[in-house]
Design a protein around this ligand. Structure first.
Ligand SMILES: Cc1cc2nc3c(=O)[nH]c(=O)nc-3n(C[C@H](O)[C@H](O)[C@H](O)COP(=O)(O)OP(=O)(O)OC[C@H]3O[C@@H](n4cnc5c(N)ncnc54)[C@H](O)[C@@H]3O)c2cc1C
Length: 296
């Protein structure tokens, strides 16, 4: 295989928008995705801050439209996990388990990975009932679901899940830390309970498929039984595949010019779909210009 003009790592909103704009510039981006097109957005209950959808749109429906857009444009998505990105003085090497691709430019659109509940040992046989996003349990019905966390994601997950289940939000602190509108909606649901000042300290198996959570709270300790547990205690930039090789000056300069980070992976707390889409658009335009300058 020759050298690809642009490789995009990650096919969430940032990678999708970059791919759309690169196509528009006449380029053929190669997109690697390790899981599913749409990234984290499929988890969103109702996206109300993305222009064009005055009534709001579910994350799943918005992703379906983005996916259709990629299909119409014929963007190539390769479902492989990028394990390493290395830089030389005039190209990148993008490695997956089975492939190494050379690329002139790389857009890193890999989003975030969840912070793990490291203080609690999770027995291996229970791990399939503990998730860090709700997409894997989107079709469960009439179950008891615990959510650890008190931020926007925890409250948004609760609002998605309460349509078919009973939900308990377990917050280590005394108050929610989410948008007031999410707090209000949760307060209006008869199927969601908010339990403050409660820290999960142990997870054990119970009867059948039940999970028994050992919790510490101001009254001492208590046990809460649930069928599924969702952990939503924050996220970190997903950059584990970036090479830590010490690159020479030429390679460093090449990386600065031809590798860009876009979307949630670079945005700290400003993690929103429209921001990711804007990042993708800007990066694609910048990269198209750089490639023209070097005659590609
Ligand atoms: C519950 C919830 C509700 C939300 N609600 C809203 C909302 O109402 N409005 C709003 O604007 N935003 C909302 N968001 C935020 C929105 O989902 C993100 O801002 C957006 O998805 C970021 O896009 P991204 O492309 O930067 O990253 P992501 O969507 O995280 O996509 C990154 C992609 O990269 C892939 N990837 C990572 N590493 C690799 C690798 N090594 N190889 C190959 N692929 C890789 C991942 O599998 C993933 O598909 C919500 C998020 C959550 C969790």
């Amino acid at each position: 295989m020759g050298i690809a003009d642009v490789v995009i790592v990650g096919c969430g909103p940032a990678g999708i928008s970059a791919a759309i704009q690169l196509k528009r510039a006449g380029l053929e981006p190669l997109v690697f995705e390790k899981e599913r097109v749409g990234g984290l957005l499929v988890n969103a209950n109702l996206v109300e801050n993305y222009p064009g959808f005055p009534e709001g749109i579910s994350g799943i429906d918005l992703v379906a439209l983005m996916k259709e857009h990629l299909t119409v444009l014929g963007v190539e998505v390769v479902f492989e996990d990028v394990t390493k990105v290395e830089v030389g003085h005039d190209r990148f090497l993008v490695k997956t388990a089975g492939n190494t691709v050379q690329a002139r430019c790389v857009l890193i659109a890999s989003g975030t990975s969840p912070k793990k509940l490291v203080s609690v040992a999770i027995p291996r046989e229970l791990s399939d009932r503990i998730t860090y996003e709700i997409y894997p349990i989107r079709s469960v019905r009439e179950k008891r679901i615990g959510i650890v966390g008190a931020g926007d994601a925890a409250f948004d997950y609760a609002l998605s899940l309460e349509k078919q289940n009973d939900v308990t939000i377990l917050s280590r602190g005394p108050e929610p830390r989410c948008l007031p509108l999410l707090r209000e909606r949760v307060g209006m649901s008869s199927r969601i309970s908010f339990v403050p000042d409660t820290e999960v300290t142990a997870i054990e198996g119970g009867r059948g498929d039940e999970l028994v959570l050992g919790c510490r709270n101001p009254g001492g300790v208590s046990k809460i039984s649930v069928d599924h547990l969702v952990i939503a205690i924050g996220r970190n930039p997903e950059l584990g595949f970036m090479s830590r090789q010490s690159a020479g000056l030429g390679a460093i300069q090449y990386r600065e010019r031809f590798q860009l980070l876009i979307g949630d992976v670079r945005r700290g707390r400003m993690r929103q779909t429209a921001v990711a889409v804007g990042d993708g658009m800007i990066a694609a335009m910048a990269i198209a210009r750089e490639l023209r300058e070097i005659g590609k």
